[in-house]
Structures are given as C-alpha cells and as structure tokens.
Design a protein around this ligand. Structure first.
Ligand code: WAQ
Ligand code: MG
Length: 244
C-alpha cells in the first residue's frame, strides 16, 4: 500500500485544581488525507458532547504514518449474551475467561481494577495467571492507537470502535484475552474477547449511572513488554472483512 495514511487521535479531559484531571473521552482513527476533516469533526463532536462531563481540555493530533507498514487484519466474530443482572453478566464473563485459562486471581484483579472509581485513560496489562500488573503506566495505562476500519461497517460508532480495538489487541500473540466495559454512565454493555473466542458482548456488566469502566489485557508468560506496547500504541492496523 503506497497511499499516505494519517493517524488522527483525540483526548478530552476535565481539569480542576482540587481533583486534577478527569478523563472524559478519547478516540483513535486512521484515514487518508481527504478523510482528515470529517474525522476531526467526528472526534471533536465525540469529545465535546459527552455524558462523562464537559471537557475543558481537548486535544487532536494528526500525524502522517511514515515509518511503519499498515497491517490488515480481519475483525473478530461477534456474538452476544444477555442476562438479567450484573451479577449474572459478570459470571458469564468469568466463565468465558476461565475457559480461556485466566486464573481466578487474575480475574479478581481485573474486575477490581475496572470497577474501581479510579479510571485509567488506557488499558492495564495484567499477567493471565498471577494477576500482577505488568505495565508501569499508572493512571494512564496503555492507550491502543492507530487502528480503524478500512471500510466503515454499518454499526454504531461505539461498537465499531470497540471491535476495531479488540481485533487489534487480539491479534498480538501476547494477548491471552481482554475484558472491557465502558466508563460512560449510560452504557452498561461490555465484552470479553480473544482470537479463538471472538468478541462476546455481554450485558449488563455494570449499573446504569456508574462511571467506572476500563480495559484489561490478560498477557501471556512469554511477553516482550516493549514489543507488545509498541504494537498496541504504534503499529497501524486496518480492519478488513474477509469478503471485502
Ligand atoms: N486503548 C486502551 N484503553 C482504552 C482505549 C484505548 N484506545 N479507549 C478506551 N480505553 C479504556 C479506558 O480505560 C476507558 O475508560 C475504558 O476503556 C472505556 O472506554 O456494545 O465504550 O470508550 O459491543 O467508554 C464496549 C461494548 C464499549 C460495545 C466500550 O469503552 C458493544 C466503550 P469506552
Ligand atoms: Mg468512555
């Protein structure tokens, strides 16, 4: 692919002297030159009218992708589970994670972290057996970036973004599984994913009105952390369905 692509990223935050910085919203896209303007407009809308609050800091970065070849990967297959309570939803998530081989300890660490009121801006990397956090990014976590659909699928923006992210994450050999639910107070659906299981949407995973949410990537034994984080943050990935 010799065409020029751009990474377009947004982050929005609420800043106060007493409470420091609260993450409101983020977004990561890839586009050709002609798509920059519409993508910037979409990201601006996303960050400036958000249920988590009014951003008083909003940053958009546009960067030409030069030094790395774009990888093309297929999206994870999507399935869904609906339950009647958060307890049951979380149990379904645990059953899937257990079947994948995630330890009890690692699951507890992940659920504690995501349901804590201290949200990260990115994801926490947790060892799939010990439950020990492996990245040293603190409150920032690791922000997966530089991924998008080659052709926009007919899905809502949120689902489209989540499947693109989960597909990129799952395609690393160091990812054993991912657990996620939103930090947006009105959105109670989350997912468990990996390459073999696909993207399993589960609802509900949290209470309506709750602002806790996040992402945990369960990481394999043989992980090369620097290479893994480089892939997540920097390697450009386009998602393309097999029949396109
Ligand atoms: N990289 C790493 N972590 C991220 C990223 C990223 N690019 N974007 C968000 N996160 C983390 C961060 O901790 C957020 O607080 C948290 O995930 C939730 O982000 O119906 O909307 O964008 O199939 O609020 C999943 C279900 C929705 C979608 C997830 O996440 C569906 C969602 P949000
Ligand atoms: Mg959010």
């Amino acid at each position: 692919m010799s065409e020029t692509f751009y990474s377009i990223r947004m982050r929005a935050a609420e800043r106060s002297i007493e409470r420091g910085e609260k993450h409101i919203s983020g977004g990561e896209r890839i586009g050709r030159q002609a798509q920059i303007e519409p993508i910037v407009t979409e990201l601006l809308r996303k960050g400036s009218s958000h249920s988590r609050g009014d951003a008083d800091f909003l940053q958009i970065v546009i960067e030409k992708i030069i030094d790395e070849e774009i990888q093309i990967i297929p999206p994870l297959a999507v399935t869904g589970i609906e339950t009647s309570s958060i307890l049951k939803g979380r149990q379904e998530a645990r059953n899937i994670l257990e079947a994948i081989g995630i330890s009890e300890q690692a699951m507890d660490a992940a659920f504690d972290l995501i349901s804590s009121s201290n949200n990260l801006r990115g994801a926490a990397l947790i060892h799939y057996r010990s439950g020990i956090r492996l990245d040293d990014r603190g409150e920032r976590g690791v922000r997966v970036s530089r991924m998008d659909w080659q052709k926009e699928p007919e899905l809502g923006a949120r689902v489209r973004e989540a499947i693109a992210l989960a597909s990129k994450v799952a395609h690393s050999p160091y990812t054993v599984a991912e657990l996620c639910w939103s930090d947006d107070p009105e959105y109670v659906i989350g997912y468990v994913s990996n390459l073999a299981t696909g993207y399993v949407r589960i609802t509900p995973l949290k209470e309506e009105g709750c602002e806790s949410g996040g992402r945990v990537f369960f990481v394999a034994d043989e992980v090369d952390l620097d290479a893994y984080i480089h892939y997540l943050e920097k390697t450009p990935v386009l998602i393309r369905r097999k029949d396109e």
